[in-house]
Design a protein. Structure first.
Length: 550
């Protein structure tokens, strides 16, 4: 029986040949040097920060070169797929402003002419190529049961041999086509294996864009191409898809490096040109006891991309931070070009860390503080409102009710050369400004009055201030000279230099007097500029809040 006849028995449903698909998905008509790259997650319902880093680079390089970035869903492992997994990925990309040129755009829609972009919808294509390999004598049906494979493994372990189905362990390699056809006709279940032409004692070389030249022994394993459910295993799907989608650059986690010999061999037996590979290091974390480990889906909430959206950490800050991980020279570049963005920076594979990068949430939050500090008050308002509408309805309502007042609050010590950097994320802004809203203000102290504790003294400071000094219309200088006058009048030192030299000659200083006013109006000592706060709170609120202490 010829291979062709066997192939027809194995794949009765295949309608086309490989030429058909080669023509259906022709070489892309792109400028010289254009990169075609993809983000190819499994729909596990979870996008890891390491994947977002990859997606960021995968989308950036095509943008820089006039190429194409697409999203492909790798759902051939049913065990890893969850309901709404695809939507979760699309949402995460959207939340991070990572736009795709082609691929899956919703659970039901795809765009682009190289699809379908969901692997489970490509069965016919995989079967066509598997059939082609059977015809060429480069693939065969394997009838071994799981127990038989386990037996082989046990024996190999016992003999201290390499584990896997290769050479004489690839039992079904040696069946005749007649035997194969007869077993298929009997209805025996089977999978399709590659008949590896490789020699373990020969070398194959990968020129990795990040890692440079790596030498491996050739693959000699008869790896599984098509599983018993008719779907391909990762290796086969990767090679077929990235060839037919005309991918030029495959960026993926370093856990795939060891599979490269299999992939290069598959490209070779199928007569395809392999893409360029860039294997990215893992994103790590240092535990409190100093051990380095992979940033973990289970242990670290900050490993999930959705975390940043929920916490209201600006997308731009996360991306800026990821770029500092991606390219070691990015941070210096951004310091020198604070008005430019990631799109203006040239990404270089050679400047990626090989050993994996350390994930530093504190640093990310610092970038977030800087980023938010550079926003205009109205932008902070809009972004906080957007966050609150999804995660804190009550605050969203308050923000909408007091729009101008809120913008003015956010403008305290902002839109100036050295803006205040106390907003870490949109979810924590409420923690910084709650006392400005009567709805949140309870009057309960979150801080005591500091040096001046005597209630009589506090009463005296507040009432004298209100009766003799407070004037809503004062500018900042006038306001401050009045606070100083008030201090002198009540026996406090109004000159900080003098006070530092002779602290014992006074019951306190102008700073302590300000603290009393600050705490009485806000119940907090951690506030920005008191003058601006008083101005915004306005006379009526100030009087009402002082009342409690007078
Ligand atoms: N689906 C693979 C994964 O999630 C993608 C690897 C690749 O990009 O080829 O690990």
């Amino acid at each position: 029986m010829t291979n062709q006849e066997l192939a027809d028995i194995m794949f009765p449903d295949v309608k086309h040949d490989v030429d058909y698909y080669e023509k259906l998905y022709p070489e892309r008509n792109l400028p010289e040097g254009a990169v075609v790259s993809r983000f190819a997650p499994s729909p596990t319902g979870f996008v890891h920060m390491g994947s977002l880093l990859a997606a960021l680079i995968e989308s950036k390089v095509p943008k820089e070169t006039g190429g194409v970035f697409y999203l492909r869903i790798e759902d051939t492992d049913g065990k890893r797929s969850v309901e709404n997994g695809i939507q979760g990925i699309i949402d995460d990309l959207k939340n991070f402003d990572i736009e795709i040129d082609e691929g899956v755009i919703s659970e039901t829609e795809q765009k682009g002419s190289y699809g379908p972009y969901i692997q489970s919808e490509r069965k016919e294509i995989y079967h066509t190529y598997a059939k082609h390999l059977v015809e060429e004598g480069l693939a065969y049906p394997c009838f071994c049961s799981q127990e038989e494979i386990d037996e082989v493994r046990k024996m190999q372990e016992l003999n201290k041999e390499r584990i896997g189905i290769y050479g004489s362990y690839a039992k079904c390699r040696f069946l005749t086509n007649e035997e194969r056809a007869a077993r298929i006709k009997k209805g025996e279940p089977y999978i399709v294996r590659l008949k590896s032409p490789g020699d373990f004692y020969k070398k194959v070389v990968l020129n990795d864009l990040v890692r440079g030249k790596i030498e491996f022994p050739e693959n000699d394993m008869d790896v599984v191409l098509i599983k018993s459910d008719g779907l391909p295993l990762y290796h086969f799907a990767h090679v077929i898809d990235d060839h037919l989608m005309r991918t030029t650059h495959v960026l993926r986690g370093e856990e795939w490096v060891s599979s490269v010999p299999i992939h290069l061999q598959l490209f070779q037996v199928l007569g395809f040109t392999p893409p360029q590979y860039a294997h990215l290091g893992v994103v790590m974390k240092i535990d409190e006891d100093g051990t380095r480990r992979k940033l973990s889906k289970r242990k670290d909430p900050e490993a999930a991309v959705s975390y940043y959206h929920e916490q209201g950490i600006p997308v731009e800050a996360v991306k800026l931070y990821l770029m500092t991980i991606a390219n070691s020279n990015f941070e210096g570049w951004w310091d020198q070009n604070p008005t430019l963005g990631i799109d203006d920076f040239h990404f270089d594979f050679k400047k990626m860390s090989l050993s994996g990068s350390l994930f530093d949430l504190e640093k990310l939050l610092n970038i977030s503080r800087s980023y938010i500090s550079r926003l205009r008050a109205s932008e902070v308002y809009e972004k906080t409102l957007t966050w609150a509408k999804e995660f804190d309805f009550e605050f969203a309502h308050i923000l909408e009710k007091y729009k101008d007042y809120s913008i003015a609050i956010f403008n305290i010590e902002r839109e100036q050369k050295k803006p205040r950097k106390d907003f870490e994320s949109f979810s924590t802004i409420k923690k910084n400004v709650w006392y400005m809203y009567d709805e949140y203000f309870t009057g309960e102290l979150t801080y005591d009055f500091g040096k001046i504790q005597n209630p009589e003294e506090i009463r005296k400071i507040l009432s004298t201030y209100l009766e003799d000094y407070y004037d809503e219309c004062d500018d900042k200088d006038t306001w401050f000279s009045k606070i100083k006058e008030l201090s002198t009048r009540l026996g406090y030192c109004s000159d900080m230099k003098e006070y530092k030299q002779n602290p014992d000659s006074y019951p306190g200083s102008v700073a302590d007097v300000s603290t009393v006013i600050r705490v009485a109006t806000t119940t907090s000592s951690m506030t920005p500029d008191l003058y601006e706060i008083l101005k915004l709170l306005g006379k009526e609120r100030i009087q009402k809040r002082f009342q409690k202490w007078m």
